[in-house]
Every structure is written in C-alpha cells, then in structure tokens.
Design a protein around this ligand. Structure first.
Ligand code: ADP
Ligand code: RBF
Ligand code: MG
Length: 391
C-alpha cells in the first residue's frame, strides 16, 4: 500500500504493548493550546498557532513545558506560577479531550486478544486518572500504568518504559511502544523497545524528528499489528475500514481549480468554515462515504483529506469526488457528506499518472465497499437530502 510501511525492519516479534496517552490515544494538545493561548494573551502576548511550538512541547513534563513557554514568550512569571495557572484551567477540561481516531479500536483489539497493555505517560497520576475517567472501557484495558510523577526522570529517559515493562514482567525487547512525540520515541528506543511513531505534528516537519522510530505511521488507523507478531485487525470490510461516521455539509465553492483540469477528477470543495473543528479532528487520508445534493440525489463518494503531498498544498482541505457523471457543475448547491470508512493514508507519487491511477483505484474500492454493510446503511440517512431550513 502506498505510503504505509511495508514491514517492520527488525523482524522482532513482541507480546506486550506500552502506550503513551496524550497525543497518542487522546487529543489533549488541542485543549492545552487553547489554555496557553488564553494565558499568554492575558500577559499581552500573542500565541503562535504555527505548530512549531508544539514540537518543542510534545512529550515534555508539564513543568518543563511551562519553563520553555516562560522563556519563549518572555512572560513575567515563574515556570511554577505558569504551571499552576495552566492546571487550574485544564482541570475542568479533560472531559473535552477526545479519543484519537483508532485509539478505542486498538485498545479493544489488544484486550480481546489478551495482549497485556501498559500505559506510560509523562503526566502526573492524578491527571491520567481524570483523563481516563471520560473514556469508557479504557482504564480496565491497562494492566499497568506508570505516571510521570512515579519515576525519577520523565521521557526521554527510558525509566518510565523500563518501569512499565518491569511491572508487566516483560523483557524490554518483547515490548512495542506506540508514541506521538519525538521525546517519547527516544525514551522507548533507549529502553531497548520497538517503537511505532504516530506523529501528532504535520508530516512535512515531522519526519526528521522521528528517525529513531522503527516505523512512522500517519495515524493509529494504519497500525498493522501482524507486522509485530500481534494478531491482525479483522474489522476491514472489503478494502475499507469502518469508522465512526462524520457528517459535514455546506455550499460547494471553488477549489484549487485543478481537479478536472489537471487530473480529470473533479472534487467539490466546501468552505473551511463549514468543516469547523472536523478538519483538525480527523486524520489525513483517503476516505469513502455518501454524498447528497438536495435537488439531484445521493451518490457514492471517495475523498481525500489533507495537504495533498503531490501538490504540497499550504492548507488542509477535504476533496470529495462524487462517483457519478454530472452534465454540469453545481457550484453554490448544498452538498452533504457522510464519511463512513477509511481507505489509506495520503501518499506522494513519482508522476501525475501514478497519482491518477491510484485515485481511480480508490474509487473502485469505494464503489465496491459502499454496497456492503455497515457502509451501505448510511445511504438512506435523511441528513444527505434534507434542505437546510428544515433540519
Ligand atoms: P474546483 O477547483 O473549483 O474544485 P474542480 O476541477 O475540482 O474545481 O471541479 C469541481 C467542480 O466540478 C465541483 O465543484 C462541481 O461543481 C463540479 N463537478 C462535476 N462533477 C463532479 C463530480 N463527479 N464530483 C465532484 N464535483 C463535480
Ligand atoms: N493527492 C495527493 O497528493 N496524494 C494522494 O494520495 C491523493 N489521493 C487522493 C485520493 C482521492 C480519492 C482523491 C479524490 C484525491 C486525492 N488526491 C491526492 C488529491 C488530489 O491531489 C486533489 O483532488 C487535487 O489536488 C484537488 O485539486
Ligand atoms: Mg476541487
């Protein structure tokens, strides 16, 4: 499959999995960003939403993060004061942290196959408990939990992972770590473990920072347990993975102006405002679903979400191709989408022809899969055709 790792290069099999929490299983980064922005603004400074700061903060312990923010933003307070202020804000926010795509699926799968799971997080034990409390079934999934305040040194020291392995009674070399931060990846490698990275920062910036990992994935949706000697997922239907459906809609607007012209594949674009937080919440990749145009009908649909590496776009967009021949275009019409399955990560290609060929293959996969349950059942959803005013 294009863009996904063909194998794990080490051929070593594992029988234990140790997971990081923030940024790997739940999306706490988005919440924390909101809090930092508020505090920094209070001190008269402007928060940089560029993702560069995130690279510095990822996987650090809270006090270290506070210290680097005080320095970078020249804040008139101590790291301790900033940390206290941050904590007073975030305490009430953990319930808003969402499970990342594929996280619950992974935990359920490992648990069903009796693979012992550890959790190794730099956060303090108290915060870990608060975060897990909002995710049904998660707490019971972990055989051991090691928190940042239960070890002498946080990541990138290997201590937290070694402690988790000890409690699991596992040899480090038989443990697989899954991590989103470079710091965490380094901790896992220093502990002598296999490490899969699922970067929570845009892949353009990310690759070099994760060179220590045994494999770098686009998201947990691309994790193939069998490459590590673990039981494979069996929830793919045809060549697509059912996901919690997401609903979006809005008037069709002009896009990059190259879909039909350059690729011969028109994609109907929606305004960013209509997508809201959906755009940041969902991982980049190729998806399938149903599209509704209220005056025309309901159609099968295949789409890409992301930066289109082949064209190296500056913005993340949603590009739905309706699998139907229309006699004309339909700018301005209300388009409704229910996204029901995942096909693959976004990829780069050595030629335009190969990109086009791959997109047509995606369309064939979508056409076939959308006839199967559970994908087919969404075809009759009223959301697809209800005129705006009546909803
Ligand atoms: P743009 O850059 O404006 O998105 P495209 O070349 O990608 O231009 O063409 C997309 C437009 O083509 C859509 O907005 C829609 O009006 C029209 N269109 C016609 N057939 C289709 C189709 N099967 N799927 C998506 N859009 C289509
Ligand atoms: N662009 C990429 O750069 N890499 C991809 O892997 C990729 N896959 C796509 C899959 C589908 C089903 C569709 C509809 C588009 C895909 N494109 C991909 C996006 C294509 O570049 C995009 O439609 C145009 O850039 C729109 O102007
Ligand atoms: Mg388009």
């Amino acid at each position: 499959m294009a863009g996904s790792p063909a194998s794990n290069c080490s051929n070593t099999l594992v029988d234990h999995v140790i997971l990081d929490l923030d940024g790997t299983l739940i999306d706490t980064e988005t919440l924390l960003d909101e809090v930092y922005a508020k505090i920094v603004w209070k001190y008269g400074k402007k928060w940089e939403w560029d993702g560069i700061g995130l690279i510095k903060r990822l996987g650090k312990r809270p006090l270290e993060v506070a210290a680097s923010l005080v320095e970078d933003y020249e804040l008139p307070c101590t790291a301790d004061e900033l940390l206290d202020e941050t904590l007073s804000h975030v305490e009430t926010m953990w319930s808003r942290a969402k499970a990342l795509p594929g996280a619950t699926r992974l935990l359920k799968h490992l648990r069903a196959h009796k693979i012992p799971i550890g959790l190794a997080s730099n956060s303090p034990a108290k915060n870990i408990r608060s975060k897990l409390a909002y995710q049904p079934g998660w707490l019971e999934s972990f055989k051991v939990i090691v928190a940042g305040d239960e070890v002498k040194e946080g990541k990138p020291s290997p201590e937290i992972y070694l402690e988790a392995a000890k409690l699991l009674k596992a040899r480090p070399s038989s443990c697989l770590v899954i991590e989103d931060s470079p710091t965490g990846v380094n901790a896992g490698k220093a502990a002598g473990m296999k490490v899969v990275a699922v970067p929570s920062i845009p892949s353009k910036i990310a690759r070099a920072l994760y060179s220590g990992a045994d494999s770098v994935l686009n998201s947990l949706l691309d994790f193939r347990p069998e490459l590590w000697g673990l039981p494979p997922f069996q929830d793919w239907v045809g060549k697509a993975l059912p996901i919690e459906p997401w609903y979006l809609g809005g008037p069709v607007i002009k896009g990059f102006g190259r879909g039909s012209k350059v690729l011969g594949i028109p994609t109907a674009n929606l305004p960013t405002a209509a997508l809201g937080s959906q755009l940041s919440q969902h991982v980049c990749g190729i998806y399938l679903g149903w599209a509704g145009l209220s005056n025309r009908g309901v159609y099968k649909m295949v789409m890409s979400v992301g930066w289109n590496p082949f064209f190296d776009n500056a913005a993340k967009t949603v590009e739905p191709w309706l699998l139907h021949d229309f006699p004309d275009d339909f700018y301005g019409e209300e388009l409704r989408l229910i996204v029901v399955g995942y096909i693959r990560p976004e990829a780069n290609f050595s030629s335009l022809e190969l990109l086009i060929e791959r997109i047509h293959e995606d369309a064939e996969i979508a056409k076939a899969a959308l006839d199967l349950l559970p994908f087919s059942s969404y075809q009759d959803d009223k959301f697809l055709t209800t005129p705006l005013a009546k909803q």
